[in-house]
Ligand binder design. Structure first.
Ligand code: CA
Length: 646
């Protein structure tokens, strides 16, 4: 890891208000200015406007930094950084950005700086607040930071829900529907704006993905307001979140800073899908006590539901995981009542004898929802939490899933961080469900291995409508939710009916090849697939063989083709193999000519696809023209090409 600040030159700014900062390739340009004492910025790409003049600044309990500002000085520099990261879409990252720090003074003479980092397709910016006088803390009452897109822009957004609604009053939990290509002035479903990440199609000018990173226990998670007076503004949590516990506004110790807000920009969707900005501008906050083992697993709860949380059914799933060569089995809610600690100890020993690790479920609560599924009241406070981790460690259990958090308040961010930090002391890695989206956490917290924060596979069981819309959702995530953070979806269903007997409940609408493709498209370092023991005999043999060998970590991710909500094709490389995967929600079959630069002329590859109504097969194919590989993609269908890397 190398962090270099090559030059930090102070520019004299007497009488100046404007400054421009460009990416190393000069295509992405941020212009900052003061408009009547109010800080503003705009963004263009390749000479075309992406974000029009938009507000910056924030108002605090000690002073207002939204107006009456003068520019005190500016420093420019360069950030060049290289690092390895095993849990995201890419393993080696080179980050090269130009830096601008603009320092302002408000009417009371209080100072604040805005730091900008602009790389070829990404902008990251944050506010820096010094300690002055006797003041060592402040509360941000309102942030002015906004995003004003050209009026022809369309949106791909998911709304923030009301607080304290839904299952056992657990929302908001980033489990809402997306609208594709919506107009900006369409009101949000609940009237509380939208959660990050947020994708905008700025017509022919390009695309922009907004999110934030570096959020830890020192700040709340933020979101976008509704579109008001032509602008989306940063909004903080609602006071009702987390059962009203904890303040809605962030409090900062001084000197202090806000999280990075990021804008990924491109003329195509390629930079959106491939961005690593959430990880480029953060650093690990501690060292892992145990190396995190990415891995595949399965879990009885997804298809067999609550009645399967018993000793005998868990043995069946451990045997199934062993037969698949999988590393993990997740034991979901109610194990405390239905299996008990002695039973878990026996299961852990049995699993270890089969080369399988257990992941164990907990509720985060607590006094912030009505969850009764146990165990509760363990992860909420450090004393029982650390006792529990000591017990898990004594059994050799190295992973937990913690569910049902209380929103985005700073207090809740502190709970996420506390759980991660305590778990790390006992060599335990952590998956979050019923939760917020990660904000740089793959890099910040070495034992963090995934978040739900999406309408995940459980909804396939809960409602037919979700099965019918699975392809639409799958065609969105690589461009939005999963572009900004790992996504523990729990997918790849090979049952045709989503119940224990594969004979009732909801009906899967997607093909087997589609399901295999999502194992590649949905990125999370720990995958809990929605497979069942019966799939060993009732699923196509090629599908099972593929799922036995599928990796969960990636050296490279390359966008090939697609449009959010319609279809998506990505190539991901694991070691010496490329996996090129596509799915489609397009009503008509798509006849595509794919440019696959990772393949060579006359290379033999393996294609997993359906041929009409025939079951999925693995077929060998010779690539004639890598720059134009014909592929037909049906509605609710998919394909995968597996090829040796050059
Ligand atoms: Ca959930």
């Amino acid at each position: 890891m190398k962090l270099q600040l090559l030059s930090l030159a102070l520019i004299t700014t007497a009488g100046m208000t404007a400054a421009t900062i460009s990416s190393p390739d000069s295509k992405l340009v941020v212009t900052t200015d003061l408009s009547g004492g109010k800080p503003v910025y705009s963004v263009s790409y390749d000479g075309k406007p992406i974000i029009m003049e938009s507000p910056l600044g924030f108002d605090t309990n000690i002073g207002d930094f939204t107006k009456g500002l003068t520019l005190v000085g500016e420093k420019t520099g360069v950030v060049n950084k290289s690092f390895e990261q095993g849990k995201i879409k890419k393993s080696h990252i080179d980050y090269n950005a130009n830096q601008l720090i603009a320092e302002y003074k408000n009417a009371k003479g209080q100072k604040m700086s805005i730091e900008w980092l602009v790389s070829d397709n990404d902008i990251a910016f944050r506010y820096l607040i010094p300690a002055e006088g006797d003041t060592r803390s402040l509360i941000i009452e309102k942030e002015a930071t906004g995003y004003r897109f050209p009026d022809f822009t369309t949106t791909f957004l998911t709304p923030q829900s009301d607080a304290m609604i839904g299952w056992k009053r657990t929302k908001p939990s980033y489990e809402e529907h997306y609208k594709a290509d919506a107009k900006m002035d369409e009101p949000s479903q609940y009237g509380h704006g939208y959660t990050f990440p947020a994708l905008f199609h700025v017509g022919d000018n390009g695309w922009a993905l907004l999110t934030e990173t570096g959020v830890d226990g020192y700040f709340c998670g933020s979101r976008l307001s509704d579109y008001t007076d032509g602008v989306y503004t940063i909004a903080y949590p609602m006071p009702e979140e987390n059962n009203g516990n904890g303040s809605a506004n962030p409090a900062i110790g001084l000197p202090g800073k806000t999280p990075w807000r990021t804008i990924t920009v491109g003329s195509t969707l390629k930079p959106i899908v491939e961005t690593t900005i959430p990880w480029n501008v953060v650093e690990p906050l501690y060292t892992a006590t145990e190396p995190v083992k990415p891995g595949r697993g399965t879990w009885s709860w997804i298809l067999w539901q609550d009645p399967s949380i018993n000793y005998d059914d868990q043995i069946k799933y451990i045997d199934f995981a062993a037969a698949m060569g999988y590393e993990n089995v997740l034991i979901d809610n109610w194990w405390d009542t239905n299996i008990g600690k002695d039973g878990i100890a026996k299961l852990a020993r049995y699993a270890q004898s089969k080369g399988v690790n257990l992941l164990i479920w907990y509720s985060s609560s607590g006094w912030w929802n009505d969850i009764e599924q146990g165990p509760t009241n363990i992860m909420s406070r450090p004393i029982p939490r650390k006792e529990e981790f000591k017990w898990l460690q004594s059994l050799g259990i190295k992973g937990i899933k913690v569910d049902f958090f209380g929103g985005d308040k700073q207090e809740t961010m502190r709970l996420y961080e506390d759980i991660l930090s305590d778990a790390n002391d006992y060599g335990i890695s952590v998956i979050f469900h019923g939760c917020t989206m990660p904000r740089g956490w793959e890099r910040m917290y070495p034992n963090y291995v995934g978040s739900e924060a999406v309408l995940a596979s459980e909804n396939l069981v809960f409602g037919q409508n979700f099965c019918d819309n699975a392809a639409f959702n799958a065609s969105l995530h690589p461009f939005i939710r999963n572009a900004a953070g790992c996504m523990e979806f729990g997918g790849t269903v090979l049952n045709h009916r989503l119940n224990r007997g594969n004979d009732g409940g909801t009906t899967r609408a997607t093909s087997d090849a589609f399901e295999l493709a999502t194992a590649i498209l949905f990125q999370n370092p720990v995958q809990n697939f929605a497979l069942a023991p019966n799939n060993l005999t009732d699923a196509p043999e090629a599908a099972i063989e593929f799922m036995k060998a599928v990796p969960t970590t990636w050296n490279e991710t390359v966008f090939i083709d697609g449009y959010p909500g319609k279809y998506v094709i990505l190539a991901r490389r694991h070691a010496d193999k490329w996996y090129i995967a596509g799915v489609s929600a397009n009503k008509e079959p798509l006849k595509l000519k794919l440019d696959l630069p990772m393949l060579q002329k006359d290379q033999m590859v393996t294609v997993y696809a359906e041929d009409g109504k025939k079951p999925l097969e693995a077929k060998e194919l010779k690539i004639k023209k890598p720059e134009s590989v014909a592929m037909e993609l049906n509605n609710n269908g998919g394909f995968i090409i597996v090829a040796d890397a050059k």
